[in-house]
Design a protein around this ligand. Structure first.
Ligand code: FAQ
Length: 348
C-alpha cells in the first residue's frame, strides 16, 4: 500500500519517484489507478469525514492519490484556460474602440494572466512543477477551455467574451470556491472578485452596441450566433457523458454538475440577452415550467471533442503563440535562477 504523504516536501519528492509519480498532463502516468482501492481505509474515511464536515484540505494534509490527480488535472487545465483565454481578447487591445476601452481591456487581459499565475501556484502545491505544466500545455498534452479556440473576428466577439464567457466562468467558479481544496478555493475567491468586474465591463460594452446603430447591433448578433454553440460546450459534456463529475462532486471539488452550471448560466443570462433584443440561435431554447430547467438543442458533442482534442479553428495558433512566448521569456527565467548574474544597463 502506498504511504500517505505527510508534508508538502514529501509530496513533491513523490513526484520525482518514478514508482509513484503522478501528473503529466491528462495522462498522469504516475498514478496507476483510477480508484481508491489501494488507499488506507482509515485515512480515507477520516479524509472523507473532513470533507463532509466542510473542512478545507491543505497541501500538507493526507489525501488519496486520486484526489491529488484529479485536482492537478482540473486546476492545471483551468490555469491553461486563463493564459490561453487572454489571447483572443489580447489581439483586440490595439484595436479597441477608444482610449478608455483600450485601458479597460488591457487591465482585463492582465488580470486573466494573473489568474493563471494564481492557479499554477495552487496546482504546484500538489507537487507538479510549473515548468512541466507549461510543457504539457505547449506539447498539446493538457487540455484548456474549448471556447478559446475560436477566432475573434470583430470587436463584438471580444464583447461576447468579456460579458458572457466571464459570466459562465463566474457561475462555475463561485460555486467551486466553496469546495474542499484550500489553495484552489482561495485562488477562486480572488479570481471571482476580478471576474465580476470583467463581467460589468463586458455588459457595458454589449449595452453600448445594443443601443447603437443597426450595424453595431448586427455585429453583436453575428457574434452571438457564432459563440453560442461553444458557450453551451463551455460547461463541459452533459452529465450523461461526463467522466469526472461523480468523483469530483463526492470530494467537493466540483460543487455542481456540468448541466447544473449550464442551467444556472441560462437562468441568469438568457433573460438579459433577450432584454437587449437579441436572438439566441437555438429555436428549442425555453424554460420548461414543469422541470424548472431550460430545454435546448443538444450541443454538438462531436465538435466539442474535436476542439478539445486539438482540432478547433485556432488551436494550433494559440499553442504556437504560447510556445513563442515561452521561448522569448527563457532568458528572464534563466537570469532569475542565476543570482551571480550582474545587471547590465540596456543600450536602448
Ligand atoms: N473545454 O468529465 P468532464 C475562464 C474535458 S476559465 C475543454 O465533465 P470535468 C476565464 C475534461 O477536461 C475557463 N475541455 O470534466 C476567462 C475531460 O477531459 P480529460 C475554464 C473540457 O473536469 C474568461 C473531458 O472533457 N474553467 O473562462 C471542457 O469534470 C474570459 C470530460 O469532461 C475551468 O477550468 C471544456 N469546456 O468538468 C479567461 C473551471 N469541459 O481531462 C479569459 C474549472 C470538459 O479527462 C477570458 N474546471 N472538458 O482529458 C471545471 O469546472 C471542470 O473541469 C469542467 C469540466 C466543468 C470544465
Amino acid at each position: 500500500m502506498q504511504t500517505a504523504p505527510t508534508s508538502l516536501s514529501n509530496s513533491v519528492l513523490l513526484y520525482f519517484n518514478p514508482e509513484i509519480m503522478y501528473g503529466g498532463g491528462n495522462t498522469f502516468e504516475g498514478v496507476k489507478t483510477d480508484s481508491v482501492a489501494q488507499e488506507d481505509p482509515i485515512l480515507l474515511a477520516a479524509f472523507e469525514a473532513r470533507i463532509a464536515r466542510g473542512e478545507k484540505i491543505e497541501p500538507t494534509d493526507w489525501m488519496p492519490q486520486l484526489y491529488r490527480k484529479q485536482l492537478i488535472r482540473m486546476i492545471e487545465q483551468h490555469a491553461h484556460s486563463e493564459i490561453i483565454g487572454a489571447l483572443p481578447e489580447g489581439t483586440w487591445i490595439t484595436r479597441a474602440p477608444g482610449f478608455k476601452r483600450k485601458m479597460s481591456l488591457m487591465a482585463k487581459v492582465q488580470d486573466e494572466v494573473g489568474h493563471a499565475q494564481l492557479l499554477y501556484s495552487a496546482a504546484e502545491t500538489l507537487g507538479k512543477p510549473r515548468e512541466q505544466m507549461i510543457d504539457d500545455l505547449i506539447n498539446g498534452k493538457s487540455k484548456y477551455s474549448n471556447i478559446f479556440n475560436y477566432p475573434t473576428f470583430t470587436w463584438a466577439d471580444c464583447c461576447f467574451i468579456s460579458w458572457l464567457v466571464d459570466a459562465g466562468a463566474i457561475v462555475n467558479q463561485l460555486a467551486n470556491a466553496k469546495g474542499s481544496y484550500g489553495p484552489y478555493c482561495r485562488a477562486l475567491d480572488r479570481i471571482c472578485a476580478e471576474e465580476s468586474f470583467h463581467l460589468k465591463y463586458g455588459h457595458h460594452c454589449v449595452i453600448y452596441l445594443a443601443s447603437g446603430t443597426q450595424k453595431q447591433r448586427d455585429m453583436f448578433q453575428d457574434a452571438l450566433n457564432r459563440w453560442w454553440p461553444p458557450m453551451m460546450h463551455f460547461f463541459g459534456p452533459s452529465d450523461k457523458i461526463s467522466t469526472h463529475t461523480e468523483v469530483l462532486m463526492r470530494w467537493k471539488v466540483k460543487m455542481g454538475t456540468n448541466d447544473d452550471m449550464r442551467n444556472q448560466f441560462l437562468d441568469m443570462y438568457v433573460p438579459k440577452i433577450w432584454e437587449l433584443g437579441f436572438t439566441i440561435p437555438d429555436p428549442l431554447l425555453k424554460k420548461n415550467s414543469e422541470t424548472g430547467k431550460w430545454d435546448y438543442t443538444e450541443p454538438d458533442w462531436e465538435e466539442f471533442k474535436r476542439v478539445i482534442n486539438g482540432d478547433g479553428p485556432c488551436n494550433k495558433e494559440r499553442l504556437e503563440v504560447r510556445r513563442i512566448a515561452e521561448e522569448r521569456g527563457r532568458w528572464v527565467r534563466e537570469a532569475l535562477k542565476t543570482p551571480s548574474t550582474s545587471y547590465v544597463m540596456p543600450l536602448a
